[in-house]
Design a protein. Structure first.
Length: 326
């Protein structure tokens, strides 16, 4: 898929066709029930059983793809100081037909325009895999108007708090997917690209209902990977000026680093797509996660982080094969 094709995927979702007759909104409830044994889940990521109200509104159809797109909303199980951030928003890419289909949560990159995740979601849905593109904390409509708040910042406490909220949101999003009549509840997965892949790995470690995991340009062992990284140097220097050290960062980052609980992925089916010359997330991070999660399947692209876009067609094929397998 070239850049033009990728752009067209995103533009298809800019606004619904004027001639579309939208079906009525769906409202209802779904229930999150944790596994009976949460002993291998850190306390900060545990969640008690609870019931959520949700709203599912038709957005548009993609007739050339036989895919319908809906907007999902439900309350976050975490209340941050910012009301906008306390509603989870997602785009649901549903293949036409009754199913049952596999269901996959898709997560975005750090600062993109979201077209990549929409393209991935559209492709998966075309292949008979329902995709739920979930907005992470402080992304899209979850960011207060005029605010500079982001999921990632130099404030480690803010960052780890936002990541915790996102992981719990995604555990609940998985329960919503599993509740859908068109979804095969035993074939759920989660994937992300770059930053989204780190969050996807972390969430899968905390939520056993995600039996398949896709890591695109991600990894683990973040302190070792980034401490001396040229692009991280300004952030590290600012952190050190505030009294931070590598050891302190390691203790703080451990809570959000996929490497910490990577052993939980050994009983899942994991696919890692990595770039040999990745200048953003060093290849050693992908190797570290691969080793810690049981040395499952890893595929290398001969590219940089951003240059991996030329391998998108191959990557989409591998992802559809991974999540579509029985």
């Amino acid at each position: 898929m070239d850049r033009l094709s990728l752009a067209l995927f995103g533009l298809a979702l800019v606004s619904p066709p004027a001639w579309a007759e939208a079906p009525p909104d769906q409202t209802g409830t779904f229930r999150f029930v944790p596994p009976e044994d949460q002993s291998n889940i850190p306390e900060r990521y545990r969640l008690d059983a609870r019931t959520f109200d949700y709203k599912l509104a038709f957005y548009t159809d993609l007739p050339a793809c036989d895919v319908n797109v809906y907007h999902l909303q439900f309350p976050s199980p975490v209340k941050s100081p910012h009301p906008e951030n306390n509603t989870v928003h997602a785009e649901y890419y549903r293949p036409e037909g009754k199913g049952p289909y596999p269901g996959v949560i898709v997560l975005d990159i750090t600062g993109g325009d979201q077209n990549l995740s929409r393209a991935i979601s559209t492709y998966l849905a075309q292949k008979g895999i329902a995709a739920l593109f979930v907005q992470m904390a402080y992304y899209g409509p979850r960011r207060p108007p005029g605010s500079r708040l982001r999921l990632l910042s130099m404030d480690l406490n803010q960052t780890t708090t936002a990541i915790r909220q996102t992981v719990l949101d995604l555990r609940c999003a998985g329960a919503w997917l599993q509740s859908r009549p068109e979804i095969d509840g035993n074939r759920l997965g989660i994937m992300g690209t770059s930053l989204g892949s780190l969050i996807a790995s972390l969430t899968a470690e905390m939520e056993p209902r995600f039996k398949r995991v896709g890591v695109l340009l991600g990894g683990g062992g973040l302190v070792d990977a980034f401490w001396d990284h040229p692009q991280a140097r300004p952030y590290r220097q600012a952190y050190e000026l505030l009294g931070g050290t590598k050891e302190r960062a390691a203790r703080t980052i451990a809570a959000v680093d996929p490497i910490t609980c990577a052993g939980n992925l050994k009983d899942r089916q994991l696919l890692i797509l990595a770039a040999k010359q990745d200048e953003v997330l060093p290849p050693q991070a992908a190797v570290a996660l691969w080793k810690a999660s049981g040395q499952q399947r890893i595929i290398w692209f001969d590219s940089t982080h951003y240059g991996a876009i030329v391998y998108l067609p191959a990557g989409l094929h591998y992802l559809a094969e991974h999540f579509g397998a029985k």
